[in-house]
Design a protein around this ligand. Structure first.
Ligand code: UTP
Length: 408
């Protein structure tokens, strides 16, 4: 695109500031910037006009799932079904590792974080250790797909290679890249990270399946005969991955998706909750719930909305393919976004200065129209590392790891 066309395009969208540095750039860098702008989804910018206002939700009602007692009562049958599916190579796992972990504030990808005290224990080491337990039990390698972003790819791949994938068979690991989205300041002006580059950030964890498809991995899934994908986050260092019990229970339920949930610790816990919305399963964030919903109890005294989601889901591939063309809502999130100012200085703000645009995996649940909530013991399977200190921090996770006899 020539300068004149670029000016017209930017005037149309009220973004002329993107040309502050243009005339000082080499023609190659000018072309870089033009190429980014040509493929930009301008619709995103309109979303930020009203800020990060909360979405309008439908009619919310409580949902009940399989509780721990029911799971125990059926353990044998569930485990048998799950182990069989894994041994028939019907299960794969997808690690969502494109996030920047800004709240934790570590320098590299969160999985590379050393949570050890007297020895090195990396988050990835714990996660790989968990899935390896199932590999050993079933004598079957489970294909592991790892989603990275431009912000995490290089360091993640280098780190895992250096650590020989913590014992995982490299031939069963495949990386794929997620999409990146632009970000804007509070006036809706696109932020830049270099004179020829927009500030791009990972587009959220919701687009993982479409990114897998774009990377050509649907062929790989189909060629291997995979029917189920267990998607999981980096954060929960105690979670069980490709858990035969969870897989078997979901298969036996006949439902096309399942969610590992923990019973909420207290009404105000900051965790998304699985419930019904307009007669479909759905996840409501803690800040979207009214005080009355947070406090509501069943006749036996339990919280009515108690199914806290842990970002560990099972999705059946045939349904994933069916819903691939459906759009997920875009969340406008207020964040600290480093940017280049008019003088060309790189600024790293210490408080939020604009918006990022993200799609979230939790929004897949209503599209599935059916989901099995599967309750796990939070003391044994839920140790998220989200924040640098206090709640859900390395400190709280270490305590839980120690209680589960994991030497740090
Ligand atoms: P979070 O919602 O905790 O986001 O991600 P984050 O970006 O890692 O952390 P903050 O908000 O900056 O502190 C939950 C999971 O989804 C992955 C993360 O890597 C984590 O496993 N994720 C998040 C992606 O894969 N891509 C994204 O764009 C965002």
């Amino acid at each position: 695109m020539e300068r004149k066309e670029l000016v017209e395009l930017l005037q149309e969208h009220n973004q002329e500031h993107l040309l502050w540095y243009y005339d000082r750039l080499t023609s190659e860098k000018q072309a870089n910037l033009a190429a980014q702008l040509e493929k930009l989804d301008w619709r995103l910018l309109r979303l930020s006009e009203s800020g990060n206002v909360s979405r309008k939700r439908g009619e919310i009602k409580p949902l009940t799932g399989l509780n721990r007692e029911q799971i125990e009562a059926n353990r044998e049958a569930f485990e048998k079904a799950g182990l069989q599916a894994i041994q028939q190579n019907k299960a794969g796992a997808v690690l969502l590792a494109g996030g920047q972990g800004t709240r934790l504030g570590c320098s590299g990808p969160k999985g590379n974080y050393n949570i050890g005290v007297t020895r090195e224990v990396y988050i990835y080491e714990l996660l790989f250790g968990n899935i390896l337990e199932v590999v050993h039990k079933t004598a079957t390698w489970i294909p592991l797909y790892i989603m990275t972003s431009d912000k995490t790819h290089e360091e993640t791949t280098k780190f895992l290679k250096e650590h020989q994938y913590f014992g995982y068979n490299e031939t069963y690991i495949k990386f794929f890249a997620q999409e990146m989205n632009p970000s804007v300041d509070y006036e809706g002006k696109l932020l830049m990270e270099a004179p020829d580059r927009l500030s791009l950030s990972p587009s959220g964890n919701g687009g993982w399946f479409s990114s897998m498809v774009k990377a050509g991995l649907l062929n790989d899934l189909e060629a291997r005969g995979i029917e189920w994908l267990n998607i999981f986050a980096v954060d929960n260092v105690l979670q069980k991955i490709a858990d035969p019990l969870f897989l078997g229970a979901t298969i036996c339920s006949g439902k096309a998706s399942g969610a590992k949930v923990v019973r909420k610790a207290e009404p105000g816990e900051r965790i998304g909750v699985l419930c019904m919305e307009d007669s479909k399963p759905s996840i409501v964030e803690y800040y979207e719930m009214t005080e009355a919903m947070l406090q509501e109890r069943t006749p036996s005294g339990e919280l009515s909305y108690s199914l806290g989601v842990t970002l560990n889901y099972l999705f059946r591939l045939d349904r994933l393919k069916e819903i691939l063309s459906k759009d997920l809502p875009i969340h406008v999130a207020e964040k600290k976004i480093p940017y280049l100012n008019q003088k060309g200085e790189y600024v790293q703000p210490d408080k939020p200065n604009g918006y990022k645009f993200e799609e979230l995996a939790l929004d897949l649940i209503p599209l599935f129209e059916e989901c099995l909530p599967f309750e796990v013991n939070r003391e044994e399977e839920f140790a998220p590392v989200k924040n640098a200190s206090d709640v859900d921090s390395p400190e709280t996770a270490r305590e839980l790891l120690k209680r589960n006899h994991i030497e740090l």
